[in-house]
Design a protein around this ligand. Structure first.
Ligand code: GDG
Length: 489
């Protein structure tokens, strides 16, 4: 019998991301279940997913387990399985120990291992196969982030009818760094399987376009021109395909963040936090995943010196540093955790007073409520990333401050600096400069603080995550180009 043509799925919009928006929950009796964990991306996509029979393809976050597809808030969740070895080689290896440091200006040394790359290809293929099986004819598939850069090309090969978008949440590095990657051409070809590529900043899109040119492709006004494969019988008729690369700075659900902050119990909690800290005059705050890209050690150095110089005093000023546990099985993260903890210990040893530590270091994950209260309680938020795609913490702080109070110290090397130039901008490598800006933020007049905060709030509320998603989806959906597979010479 003739083999059956591959069956299409029935989803018109599919998000493909490394992680599913779920968390694993273990009950008292040992049974596991999966509960939705609505982050910004899901919240933004929820309405459009519900309207378009949307599905989300991703990994559940634990090895060897793939629950059956299930429905959460009108979105079909489709788990992809990773085994123990793939978690090590694809996720902790290629994604988090090669691409992550390479794409963040090599602030840590990237490791290159051929077996990791093989695993990366295999896992990308699994995600592509799954998405291909679930997509309705001419569906729109939106692939997310650096873990899945090969998926666009793989998908196009399987399903030339699809429209494919890709968004990179982290920076795209300058070619001089990207060129270190032994599989750089494969990555470019993988990405060029998409119709629309999105990056956080124009500079990231430009880095990508330059990498294409350095690999023999021509680009014009953000479009990469792909020579198609010559068609039999018409050697001079080369079907062409164009791939657009542009900036789509991601954002947050600003209104939801503000609504949370306006709740009376959150405001009470903010006051209570200040009391529990001993009613200091100045509360400095940092909220980061414990990651070497976030510049936590640089920040601690600046704060340590401010205590040393007497600009800050422990009875009077305190730094609260929330450092959410992250990627704890990766060596570089274990090393950095040790460095941070030794440094915090030293600062408290040298400058703390009984009942008044200089730094409150919290290696814990908090609920959204407590984070909102912390943002409200803080006089100055410190975002000192050495490199960061966007940094949503900065935007959350701004959205929280409906009182138009508070000051934001923000690294130039975070994507958010492009949109929030009214922050106290810093170069985290320039410790003296950073100290000076922190002190300006500490001493800013209420009027000046309000002027800056107002401008930043306008930006964040006008450009929220719903607008980000709909803008991207609109351009990606309008792609109707002849199909050709990218080949980079
Ligand atoms: C990547 C890029 C880009 C943090 N601690 C807790 C907690 N968080 C939340 C924050 C914020 C999110 O996690 C962190 O987002 P960031 O943007 O700051 O940083 P990455 O995790 O590195 O994200 C980044 C982002 O992707 C989006 O494209 O902006 O540049 O690196 O929302 O609030 N949330 C809870 N408890 C915590 O303890 N509930």
């Amino acid at each position: 019998p003739p083999s059956e043509p591959p069956k299409n799925g029935h989803h018109d919009l599919i998000v493909v991301a490394n992680r599913l928006p779920v968390d694993r929950k273990v009950a008292a009796d040992g049974t596991t279940s999966w509960v939705p964990s609505p982050g910004g991306l899901v919240t933004a996509l929820e309405p459009v997913m519900q309207r378009n029979a949307g599905a989300w393809v991703g990994w559940s976050g634990s090895a060897g387990e793939a629950p059956e597809p299930f429905e959460a808030r009108g979105i079909r969740l489709i788990p992809v399985m990773l085994d123990e070895r793939e978690v090590e080689e694809f996720y902790e290896g290629m994604a988090n120990s090669t691409l992550w440091p390479l794409y963040h200006d090599v602030v840590a040394r990237p490791q290159f291992h051929r077996s990791w790359w093989e695993s990366y290809e295999q896992v990308n293929q699994r995600f592509a196969d799954r998405a291909a099986a679930e997509a309705a004819p001419n569906a729109l598939v939106w692939v997310q982030d650096y873990q899945l850069q090969l998926v666009p090309q793989m998908l196009r090969r399987l399903r030339p009818d699809l429209r494919i978008g890709f968004f990179n949440h982290i920076p795209f590095p300058p070619y001089e760094l990207f060129a270190q990657l032994p599989w750089r051409r494969r990555v470019l070809e993988g990405l060029l399987g998409a119709d629309q590529l999105g990056f956080q900043r124009p500079a990231d899109a430009n880095n990508f376009l330059r990498a294409c040119r350095r690999n023999g492709l021509s680009t014009r006004r953000g479009m990469v021109q792909l020579p198609g494969e010559p068609r039999f019988g018409s050697p001079d008729h080369h079907p062409r395909r164009e791939v657009n690369a542009a900036a789509f700075p991601i954002s947050i659900d600003a209104r939801a963040v503000q609504e949370l902050a306006e709740r009376p119990e959150i405001q009470m909690r903010a006051k209570e936090i200040r009391r529990e800290l001993g009613d200091p005059r100045v509360v400095l705050l940092g909220v980061d995943r414990l990651d070497y890209t976030k510049g936590i050690l640089h920040r601690l150095k600046a704060v340590e010196e401010l205590f040393e110089d007497g600009d800050l005093e422990a009875q009077d000023a305190v730094l609260v540093q929330v450092a959410t546990p992250s990627r704890e099985r990766v060596d570089q993260y274990q090393k950095m955790r040790q460095d941070v903890e030794v440094t915090v210990g030293r600062i408290n040893g040298d400058y703390g007073k009984i009942g008044h530590p200089a730094v409150h270091y919290l290696h814990q994950a908090y609920g959204r409520d407590e984070l909102a209260a912390l943002y409200l309680a803080a006089d100055v938020l410190l975002v000192t990333a050495l490199r960061d795609g966007m940094n949503l913490v900065a935007k959350e702080y701004v959205a929280t401050r409906y009182d138009e109070g508070g000051a934001l110290v923000l690294s130039e090397f975070a994507g958010a600096a492009n949109e929030l130039p009214q922050a106290f901008l810093i170069n985290p490598h320039d410790i003296d400069g950073m100290k000076a800006q922190i002190m300006r933020a500490v001493h800013v007049t209420p009027k000046e603080a309000q002027r800056r905060m107002r401008a930043m709030r306008r930006r964040v509320f006008d450009h929220d995550v719903a607008r980000w998603a709909s803008t991207f989806l609109k351009v990606a959906a309008s792609a109707v180009e002849p199909n050709a597979v990218a080949s980079v010479s």
